[in-house]
Design a binder for this molecule. Structure first.
Ligand SMILES: Cc1cc2nc3c(=O)[nH]c(=O)nc-3n(C[C@H](O)[C@H](O)[C@H](O)COP(=O)(O)OP(=O)(O)OC[C@H]3O[C@@H](n4cnc5c(N)ncnc54)[C@H](O)[C@@H]3O)c2cc1C
Length: 458
């Protein structure tokens, strides 16, 4: 970027909020993929109007802008792959309103997801989308990625809680979509189009989010199984029983081993997998549902069922669950992290076929995830030092995606495409669908300045 452009950016937000220092650029050069692309500058606007001016400048001068929340994405969405300007939403971090009567919250995009959850809970309300990164990821990032989390089984994903948005378009124009009211069908649903658009169509500057009442009672179960097949069968039986739990997480032994220290429960070799289940409802419903679920686990050969005694014990298990992803590096030096989904009844077949892929390509694999949604995070852990390992892993990834599609699913349930999954896009989408999507991008971003090179291969 030219010096005159940087000066113009300084003119918009002030010198304190633009940096081109190498040390600062490095901090904004990576995300959870571990890939690195150095941006040319980073900017920290504090308002919609500043963002609008930045986008007008970008459109007239033709430099790329990439919105960035916490940089916790798993597919490289927030990376400056084409150089340009990283636009951090760090200073747009206010919860503007929590309206208890209408059960909505109005937030800026840089609010940390867990902070909103904490504040609404204090008022007896509930914002269910709970990516395991909730302690550091932002609502803007969640909206852009359409993020999910363990509680999606019962409550749905971020998409189901976004009522309306304020968005700065790549041209600098500002629009508002949706409504604060409980429903609305006026024109195309632009709100839903923005959710999951990976920061390629506009920069979210405000969101109206739906809240629901806090469930009265929660029962947390930790269930051990001798092998992954029995655990997977229990998952599909529970989901078919109609007693939908709030969470139904599957964790195999390899993944569990990585958080052994954080886990309050003993982990011996006879445990092949566990299910971490939470049941929500009235006191009587959650008691009844959890008993039925325990029965189904026993019918599928569970070794032990532990019901947590209090919130502290339950929170301890969830802390361990959230620590799995970063802890997997105990199994290898590099992680290839996929998040496939299959139809729920196909979870047992998926788990069997994943085992076969791991054996066929002689790769270390750890599998865990939101099994109640049919969503499994498949992690191939590379050891390094073996020149053929990477080629084998690439073949294994393609095969894993093929299996997901054959089992009625998708290649990504919540992490998105970004740059990481571009080579596989055509396995799921037809040429016509890609052409339509590229057409939408062109309507919103005729100069291709906002997050270029993401989702679709150049
Ligand atoms: C340990 C760990 C656990 C995780 N667990 C889950 C999980 O359970 N479920 C899940 O879905 N994901 C999970 N993730 C992935 C990640 O946390 C989510 O994708 C999250 O929503 C990203 O938020 P972020 O603030 O870090 O966004 P970033 O990574 O900064 O950005 C992600 C994308 O959003 C765009 N963006 C950011 N802000 C805006 C904005 N205001 N307007 C427009 N576009 C914007 C960026 O350009 C980029 O394309 C996990 C990640 C980690 C590291």
């Amino acid at each position: 970027m030219r010096k005159e452009t940087i000066d113009k950016l300084i003119g918009i937000v002030g010198a304190k909020y633009v940096t081109t220092e190498k040390e600062d650029l490095i901090c904004y050069s990576y995300d959870a993929t571990g890939r690195e692309y150095l941006p040319e500058a980073v900017i920290f606007p504090e308002s919609r109007d500043e963002i609008s001016k930045i986008m007008r400048l970008a459109s007239s001068e033709g430099f790329p802008v990439i919105a960035r929340g916490a940089g916790s994405g798993f597919v490289g969405g927030s990376l400056a792959t084409h150089g340009g300007l990283i636009l951090s939403t760090k200073r747009l971090n206010r919860i503007l309103e929590i309206d208890k009567d209408n059960m909505v919250a109005v937030v800026e995009p840089g609010v940390i997801t867990g902070h909103l959850q904490h504040d609404v809970e204090a008022m007896g309300l509930f914002y269910p989308p709970d990516p395991s990164s909730l302690k550091f990821c932002t609502l803007g990032g969640n909206i852009a990625m359409g993020s999910g989390g363990p509680q999606a089984v019962k409550y749905g994903v971020t998409r189901d809680y976004v009522l309306g948005l304020e968005v700065v378009l790549p041209t600098g124009e500002v629009i508002t979509t949706g409504t604060r009211a409980a429903k609305g069908v006026v024109g195309y649903d632009l709100t839903r189009l923005f959710v999951g658009s990976e920061g390629t169509l506009g920069i979210v500057t405000k969101a109206i989010l739906k809240l629901i009442p806090m469930p009265i009672s929660k029962v947390t179960l930790y269930v051990e199984f001798p092998d992954t097949t029995q655990a997977a069968k229990a998952v599909s039986d529970i989901m078919a029983s109609g007693r939908t739990p709030a969470t139904l997480e599957f964790i195999d032994h390899s993944a569990l081993k990585c958080v052994r220290e954080a886990l309050s429960e003993p982990l011996n070799e006879e445990i092949g997998a566990i299910l971490l289940i939470e049941v929500h409802g009235s006191a009587s419903v959650s008691k009844e549902d959890s008993e039925k679920i325990i029965d189904l686990c026993k019918q599928n050969g569970s070794l032990r069922v532990k019901k947590t005694r209090n919130k502290k014990e339950a929170n301890g298990l969830w802390e361990a669950r959230r620590a799995i992803s970063p802890s997997l590096f105990k199994l290898g030096t590099k992680k290839i992290n996929e998040d496939i989904v299959v139809e729920r009844s196909n979870i047992p077949e998926l788990i069997e076929r994943l085992k076969a892929v791991s054996e066929k390509y002689a790769l270390t694999m750890a599998n865990f995830g939101h099994a109640g949604d049919g969503n499994i995070h498949v992690n191939i852990m590379l050891q390094g030092g073996d020149i053929n390992e990477k080629a084998r892993a690439e073949k294994a990834v393609r095969e894993v995606f093929q299996i997901a599609l054959e089992l009625g699913g998708t290649i990504s349930g919540e992490h998105g495409i970004g740059i990481s999954k571009q080579p596989y896009l055509r396995m799921e989408l037809s040429e016509k669908e890609i052409e339509l999507m590229k057409g939408i991008k062109k309507v919103f971003d005729p100069q291709n300045v906002l997050n270029p090179g993401k989702i679709f291969p150049d």
